[in-house]
Design a protein around this ligand. Structure first.
Ligand SMILES: NC(=O)c1ccc[n+]([C@@H]2O[C@H](COP(=O)([O-])OP(=O)(O)OC[C@H]3O[C@@H](n4cnc5c(N)ncnc54)[C@H](O)[C@@H]3O)[C@@H](O)[C@H]2O)c1
Length: 264
């Protein structure tokens, strides 16, 4: 593997076809990295890669692979594919995620397996397979947790369990990998204006998605001035944590939530 300074830096972003992952790809390109997107959604992935390469000069700046992060084998082959394409790996951003909500006494084993396997197991096994190339490059990991990884969301126990896991997993990896030169941080966004929020509002909004969204915003301390966070705002934080400017920062769970989890 060539991790020399002459080879452009490479970021692997799971969930890169949509929302925060897609915005992160765009933002990291502006920092001069090449991006390798991993997603289960083939059509979305192809579209994102084509759009990201549209403005590029001769050589592609974006590539990717279809993978299901619930599969350990897919995680391993996604890292291998990124290395095969880019020759090195400098940044891993784990953004792939899914939501479920509802009273806990209605939840099924399938709900638990899907959400915990995508959000937590997938994050761990992407990290696990990325450790050797990240050690070679002196790279870093940013895991996308949530406000739900810091406190309880009523009616979303499984999602909270998965994201609480991501937050503390990131801290545990940070202390484990510090001696090998790898930083690991988590970002904890509040409600972000992405396809996930639309899915939540339409699936769990009882037929009134606008009311569902109003209820979410009512929890914020800004009152009527509240709005959802934009994916590019989360991407900005991820890009900062992935940059050399953030060299002293590891093991952090950084909130970007308009103060939602600060108190009430
Ligand atoms: N939207 C929010 O309000 C919000 C708030 C806090 C945290 N988050 C977290 O941010 C991350 C990104 O979410 P988003 O809002 O951009 O949602 P999104 O739905 O726009 O993007 C999620 C992406 O993950 C991909 N994905 C889902 N399952 C996968 C699997 N098994 N393997 C590979 N890819 C898979 C989807 O295809 C999609 O492209 C998630 O981890 C989410 O939990 C979102």
């Amino acid at each position: 593997m060539d991790a020399s300074a002459a080879t452009p830096r490479v970021a692997l972003i799971t969930g890169g076809a949509s929302g925060i992952g897609r915005a992160t790809a765009e933002r990291l390109l502006r920092d001069g990295l090449r991006v390798f997107l991993v997603d289960i959604d083939r059509a979305g992935l192809d579209r994102a890669i084509a759009e990201l390469n549209a403005g590029a000069a001769a050589e592609a700046v974006a590539s990717g692979a279809v993978a299901d992060v619930r599969s350990v084998r897919d995680c391993e082959s996604a890292v291998r594919a990124a290395l095969g394409w880019g020759g090195r790996l400098d940044v891993l951003v784990n953004c792939a995620g899914v939501w479920v909500e509802g009273p806990s006494d209605t939840m099924t084993e399938a709900d638990w397996d899907r959400v915990v396997d995508v959000n937590l197991k997938g994050t761990f096994f992407m990290c696990r397979h990325a450790i050797p190339p990240l050690e070679a490059s002196g790279g870093c990991i940013v895991n996308v947790s949530s406000d739900a990884g810091l406190w309880g969301n009523k009616g979303a126990a499984i999602y909270c369990a998965s994201k609480g896991g991501v937050t503390v997993l990131s801290k545990a990896l940070a202390v484990e990998l510090a001696g090998r030169g790898i930083r690991v941080n988590a970002v904890c966004p509040g409600d972000v204006d992405s396809p996930m929020i639309e899915y939540q509002a339409h699936t769990f909004g009882g037929g009134d998605p606008d009311a569902y969204k109003r209820d979410l915003l009512a929890a914020y301390p800004q009152g009527p001035k509240t709005r959802f966070i934009r994916p590019d705002e989360v991407a900005e934080l991820i890009a900062y944590l992935a940059s050399e400017r953030a060299t002293p920062i590891t093991g952090a769970a950084v909130s970007i939530d308009f103060g939602l989890t600060a108190g009430y």
